[in-house]
Design a protein around this ligand. Structure first.
Ligand code: PHE
Length: 338
C-alpha cells in the first residue's frame, strides 16, 4: 500500500470513529490520537522523507487534505456535542450564582424567644414538659375532677381513656412543683397545646402558651400585677397599663384575667373592640389544693400562676388578620418574618 493510500485509509478509520464519539472526553481522546503532534497522522507524515519523488508529492498532498478534513470534522463534532448537551452540562460562566435558600425562625418561635428573654431577666427558668399528658395531670391534679363542669372550657383531644393532648400548659405546674419541692421556684413553661374546637381567625386547634409559676414566701397577687406591668412594658412598649378582672379557674383562687392597654392607648380601635384594653393572660393565686398536689404546704408558702397565649401577641404586634396563617405553611407569609 502506498503512503497516500495509507493516509486515506487512516482518514476513513478516523472519521468512522469520530461518528460514534458522544462525550467531550471521548472527543478529546480522538483528537490526541489522530491530530496531535504525536498522533497517528503526524506519524505517517513523518514517513514522507523516506519515499521516492512522485509518491512523495502525492502523499504530501493527501496528508494536507486529510489533515484539514479531520480538523474540520473535529470542530463539527465539537459543535454537535455542545448543541445536544443536556442543559445542566452547559456552563455559562457569566451567569450570576444561585443564592442558597436561607431558613429563618418561625414567627411563633421568635415571639417565644422574646417572651423567654424578658422573663429570664426577671429570674424565671424555662421548664419544658410533655405535650401528651395524662388526664390526671391535665385536669385532676389541677382541681378538675372527672365530672367537673369547667372541663367544658377546654374541649379535649383524647388519645385513650387516660391520655390526651394537653389543653393548656398548666399540667407542667404540677411537674415543676414535684421536681422543685420544697424549694421556692420561679419558672415559665412554654409549649404547644391542643383544643378540639372549631378554628376561626382568632382560634386554632393547636397553639402555644407560656405558663408562669412562682412559689415561695410572701408572694401575693400584687407580685403578679407588678410582674405583668414590667413584662408588658418590655414586650409591648413603654407606658402600658395593666388591669385585673375577676375570673374563674379551678386551679387558682382568686383568679383573674389580665388586660393591658391597647396600642391605640385608649382611643379605641377594632383590635380592642373600642374598649382600650387587650386581654393577654389568665392567672391567679395557686389554689391550696394544687399546692398540696405539688407537694407544698399551703399554710407555709403561696404562689401565683398565669397562662398566656403566644400567637395573639404576635398577631397584634404584626397586625396579622388571621391566626390560621401561622401553621398553614404558606412560605409567602412565613418569609415576611424570617
Ligand atoms: N390554663 C389556663 C387556660 O389555658 C390559664 C391559666 C394558667 C389560668 C394559670 C390561671 C393560671 O385558660
Amino acid at each position: 500500500m502506498s503512503l497516500s493510500q495509507r493516509i486515506y485509509s487512516l482518514r476513513e478509520i478516523a472519521l468512522r470513529e469520530l461518528e460514534s464519539t458522544a462525550s467531550d472526553r471521548a472527543l478529546e481522546d480522538w483528537r490526541v490520537r489522530y491530530l496531535a503532534r504525536k498522533g497517528e497522522l503526524a506519524a505517517v507524515i513523518g514517513e514522507l522523507g523516506s519515499v521516492p519523488g512522485e509518491e512523495k508529492k502525492d502523499a504530501g498532498r493527501a496528508a494536507n487534505t486529510v489533515k484539514a478534513e479531520l480538523q474540520a470534522a473535529f470542530e463539527e463534532a465539537q459543535q454537535r456535542l455542545r448543541a445536544t448537551a443536556p442543559d445542566e452540562e452547559r456552563v455559562d460562566v457569566s451567569l450570576p450564582g444561585i443564592p442558597p435558600m436561607v431558613g429563618g425562625l418561625h414567627i411563633t418561635r421568635q415571639t417565644l424567644y422574646d417572651i423567654e428573654q424578658i422573663f429570664a431577666t426577671m429570674g424565671f427558668t424555662v421548664f419544658e414538659t410533655r405535650e401528651v399528658e395524662t388526664d390526671e395531670y391535665n385536669f385532676q391534679l389541677l382541681n378538675l375532677s372527672p365530672d367537673h363542669p369547667a372541663r367544658d372550657m377546654q374541649d379535649t383531644f383524647y388519645i385513650s381513656d387516660t391520655l390526651l393532648l394537653r389543653t393548656h400548659t398548666s399540667p407542667g405546674q404540677i411537674r415543676a412543683m414535684r421536681q422543685y419541692c420544697p424549694e421556692p421556684l420561679r419558672v415559665i413553661l412554654p409549649g404547644k397545646c391542643h383544643r378540639y374546637e372549631a378554628t376561626s381567625a382568632r382560634a386554632e386547634t393547636m397553639f402555644y402558651q407560656v405558663e408562669g409559676l412562682a412559689i415561695g414566701h410572701g408572694i401575693t397577687l400584687a407580685s403578679l400585677k407588678g410582674l405583668f406591668k414590667a413584662f408588658a412594658n418590655k414586650f409591648f412598649g413603654e407606658g402600658r397599663e395593666v388591669r385585673f378582672r375577676g375570673s374563674y379557674f379551678p386551679f387558682t383562687e382568686p383568679s383573674v384575667e389580665v388586660d393591658i392597654t391597647c396600642y391605640c392607648m385608649g382611643k379605641g380601635c377594632t383590635l380592642c373592640k373600642c374598649t382600650g384594653w387587650l386581654e393577654i393572660s389568665g392567672g391567679g393565686m395557686v389554689h391550696p389544693v394544687v399546692l398540696e398536689n405539688g407537694g407544698y404546704d399551703p399554710d407555709d408558702v403561696t404562689g401565683f400562676a398565669f397562662g398566656m397565649g403566644v400567637e395573639r401577641p404576635a398577631l397584634n404586634r404584626h397586625d396579622i388578620d388571621d391566626i390560621r396563617r401561622f401553621y398553614s405553611n404558606d412560605l409567602r407569609f412565613l418569609q415576611q418574618f424570617a
